[in-house]
Design a protein around this ligand. Structure first.
Ligand code: PLP
Length: 215
C-alpha cells in the first residue's frame, strides 16, 4: 500500500477510537506537495482535500479534477479580495472568510456568476495579531452580517489555535460559538491535535504532515 494511503487509514482508526458519535471527515492538506503525491489518495477513493494558496491550487487541481470530478477542494489559507473570483471557481468550500470586505466581494461574485462555494468563518480564537480570522468578540455580529445582509451560505467555523498553547480550550470555544449560532460544521484539528479536536466536536479535521510527510 502507498504510504499516504496507509497514513490516512491509520488516522481513520485513531479517529474511530476517540469519536463517540459520527466520525469527523478527514481533509487531506496537499499544500507544497505535487499532484503526483495527491493522486494515490484519489485512486484509493479519498475525495476531500485542501490547499492554502489559490495560485498553487490553480496549478494542481484543474487537471486532477478532470479525472476525479467528485473531488472536493477546500481553501484553508487567507484570501485576498483580488483573488476571490479565482478562488470561487477553484474551491468547493472556502474556510477563511473573516472580514466584511471579503464577504462583500464574495457576494458580488456570487451575484455575477450565480454560484457560491460553501463558507466557513475563520475565528482567531487566540486573538493573535498576526493571524487571520475574526475575533471571538466580533464573530456573532459577523455571522449575522454574512447571513442576513449578504445572504451567504455560511455553514460553520474554522480555527487554528496558537502554536504554543494547549489547543483544547480553543476547540471548546469554537464549538461554543458554533452552538450558539446554530452552525453545524466545525473545522478544527491538524496533524498534532486531531484526536483532541475530534473529542471536542470537530466535524472536519485538516491533516497535512501526518498524511504526506514533512514539508
Ligand atoms: C497546513 C495547514 C494544516 C495542516 O497542518 P499539518 O500540521 O501539516 O497537519 C491545517 N490547517 C491549515 C489552515 C493549514 O495551513
Amino acid at each position: 500500500m502507498n504510504n499516504t494511503v496507509r497514513n490516512l487509514s491509520e488516522i481513520k482508526e485513531k479517529l474511530k477510537a476517540v469519536s463517540s458519535g459520527s466520525l469527523p471527515q478527514i481533509i487531506a492538506v496537499g499544500k507544497t506537495f505535487p499532484a503526483s503525491s495527491i493522486l494515490p489518495l484519489l485512486e484509493s477513493g479519498h475525495r476531500l482535500f485542501a490547499e492554502n494558496k489559490v495560485q498553487e491550487a490553480r496549478a494542481k487541481w484543474p487537471e486532477l479534477k478532470k479525472y476525479y470530478p467528485a473531488a472536493v477542494l477546500h481553501l484553508i489559507g487567507p484570501l485576498q479580495t483580488n483573488k476571490v473570483r479565482d478562488a470561487m471557481q477553484l474551491f468547493d468550500v472556502i474556510e477563511s472568510l473573516d472580514r466584511e470586505r471579503l464577504a462583500r466581494e464574495i457576494a458580488k461574485e456570487r451575484d455575477k456568476s450565480g454560484n457560491c462555494p460553501e463558507l466557513l468563518i475563520q475565528v482567531n480564537t487566540g486573538e493573535e495579531p498576526q493571524k487571520s480570522g475574526i475575533s471571538p468578540r466580533e464573530v456573532d455580529a459577523f455571522i449575522l452580517l454574512c447571513k442576513k445582509q449578504f445572504n451567504l451560505p455560511v455553514k460553520g467555523l474554522m480555527c487554528i489555535p496558537p502554536a504554543a498553547q494547549e489547543p483544547a480550550p480553543h476547540f471548546a470555544l469554537l464549538k461554543k460559538i458554533a452552538d450558539r449560532n446554530k452552525l453545524e460544521t466545525l473545522s478544527m484539528g491538524m496533524s498534532k491535535d486531531f484526536e483532541m479536536a475530534a473529542s471536542l466536536g470537530a466535524t472536519h479535521v485538516r491533516i497535512g504532515g501526518a498524511i504526506f510527510g514533512e514539508r
